[in-house]
Design a binder for this molecule. Structure first.
Ligand SMILES: *Cc1c(COP(=O)(O)O)cnc(C)c1O
Ligand SMILES: [Zn+2]
Length: 469
């Protein structure tokens, strides 16, 4: 391996008090000294970044090189932990920022002010591929042969597709029972992953996979893996690129395990440190009201990063109470149905770097926003629409101004969870109401209901004429 590279990239404990460092080719998901999360860190003097971000644009023209074609590795000088010959790509990150005027109207900002970063267009249909390409590159550096994750669905779909395409590792997937959208489960099964349905929820699966990974020496690709977050930084590079390197006023992202928000914060922290941008956008992390740990801790209990020493006794008290009361996350946005976000402390850092805010939105808000996104033409799964619902809420509060430029991240594709979509659009009339009512979704103001019609030409013509405007 390239020696200068392994010395200039390393892993570092995020706790300011500890700050222990480890070699880049060690397999760790927490600091062995103090238990905090790890960052991938760089000695930028020895790995000089580009002088200007605009230099990345030239790589678009280099279509013959798969690493320039990848929306992750095109930016590899900002995540230089792996030698190019070990970087893994299956074409991730070729995603676009779309101006969405119809959604802008819904959110309440000026027509040209709202953008959707459409990460559903990744190979497995969610943003997770950005991180998986980076985790796989690290796995290749360390010679791992089996990889595992706990998943609400999209991480497993991503792990499974990378295993199937690259043949670098075998996939072992832990999902909670009955809690996975069929689009996602179908991917894991189709791509041939060993799929274990644990009798429990995501947090139970998460706890087990960490034990099993340790016991069997399996490579863990959940977002506690610091290399995954390096890949997810590139989502923000692509947003900046689409805006000609002018940071927007707001980045709005759904918060589950908080890997994405943490990665975005790290991206901006580094760009500021390197002098490649002059200000960071503000960050809004949106919880579902039924899975609102971050909202509770950050907004209600004022838990802060506090210069690298967050008051974790407050968090521990919160989790202790949650367990004592048997409170479990419940939301139709299954991708963010998480009780204990593993990247909580990193997210607190991101919120500090980006003067962040956290909001919670109801499942009703989420599905209404989702219908608006779909009507605008891109479409997303429920969790993704939390970003749009959150932006609308922040606009109504006056936190987001009408002229501010807002980027909502659409984290997953519309086809991931067809049940939720069909249930919303057919609400009232079918048994699908049973799907929504338990989540407090009682109305479907933007439903596009299918029209039942007899198998009769005149009747069909009459219905088409009755519904044309
Ligand atoms: C994983 C996922 C999320 C949550 O992201 P975190 O990084 O865990 O906060 C949100 N939306 C979708 C579609 C996801 O797959
Ligand atoms: Zn430490």
């Amino acid at each position: 391996m390239n020696l200068s590279l392994t010395e200039a990239a390393f892993q570092r404990c995020i706790s300011r008090r500890c700050g222990a460092t480890f070699a880049v080719d060690e397999v760790l998901t927490a600091c062995p000294k103090c238990g905090h999360l790890l960052d991938v860190a760089y000695d930028w003097d020895r790995l000089p970044p580009p002088k200007s971000l605009a230099e990345f644009e030239a790589l678009w023209a280099d279509r013959a090189n798969p690493l320039s074609f990848s929306g992750v590795w095109r930016f590899r000088r900002l995540l230089p932990f792996a030698p190019p010959e070990l970087c893994v790509t299956i074409g991730e990150g070729q995603t676009l920022l779309h101006r969405a005027d119809a959604v802008a109207r819904y959110v309440g900002v000026q027509p040209d002010r709202l953008y959707l970063q459409y990460e559903g267009m990744n190979p497995s249909g969610s943003f997770k591929d950005n991180g998986m390409s980076a985790a796989f590159s690290h796995a290749r550096m360390v010679g791992a042969t089996t990889a595992a994750c706990a998943s609400t669905g999209n991480t497993s779909a991503s792990l499974a597709i990378y295993c199937a395409v690259t043949r670098l590792m075998r996939a072992v997937i832990f999902v909670g029972s009955g809690k996975i959208a069929y689009g996602k489960l179908s991917q894991a099964l189709d791509y041939g992953a060993l799929t274990l349905q644990i009798a429990g929820d995501f947090d139970d699966a998460m706890a087990r996979v960490q034990q099993v990974a340790k016991q069997l020496g399996i490579y863990l690709v959940n977002s506690v893996n610091p290399f995954r977050l390096e890949g997810q930084k590139t989502i923000m590079y692509r947003v900046l690129e689409a805006l000609r390197w002018e940071p927007p006023d707001w980045i709005v992202v759904p918060g589950g395990n908080l890997g994405n928000s943490s990665a975005f914060g790290k991206a901006f922290m580094e760009l500021l440190e390197l002098g490649l941008i002059r200000r960071a956008p503000r960050l809004a992390v949106i919880n579902a009201a039924g899975a609102n740990t971050l909202y509770q801790l950050y907004e209600q209990q004022s838990l802060r990063w506090n210069r690298g020493e967050p008051n974790m006794t407050a968090a521990d008290r919160f989790f202790g109470q949650m367990d004592a009361e048997g409170r479990r996350a419940s939301t139709i946005a299954s991708a963010i149905e998480i009780n204990r976000p593993v990247n909580l402390t990193k997210c607190l850092r991101a919120l500090e770097v980006c003067s962040g805010v956290v909001r919670e939105v109801t499942d009703q808000d989420i599905l209404d926003a989702k219908a608006q996104v779909g009507a605008g033409g891109l479409g997303c799964e429920p969790a993704s629409a939390a970003s749009v619902a959150g932006a609308k809420k922040l606009r109504a509060e006056g936190v987001i101004g009408p002229n501010e430029r807002v980027v909502c991240v659409l984290t997953g594709h519309q086809l991931k969870d067809p049940n939720a979509t069909v249930a919303y659009h057919t609400a009232e009339r079918t048994q699908c109401e049973k799907v929504l009512a338990p989540y407090g979704v009682t109305q479907a103001p933007f439903a596009n209901r299918p029209v039942a019609v007899a198998n009769d030409l005149d009747e069909i013509v009459r219905q088409i004429q009755a519904h044309s405007h």
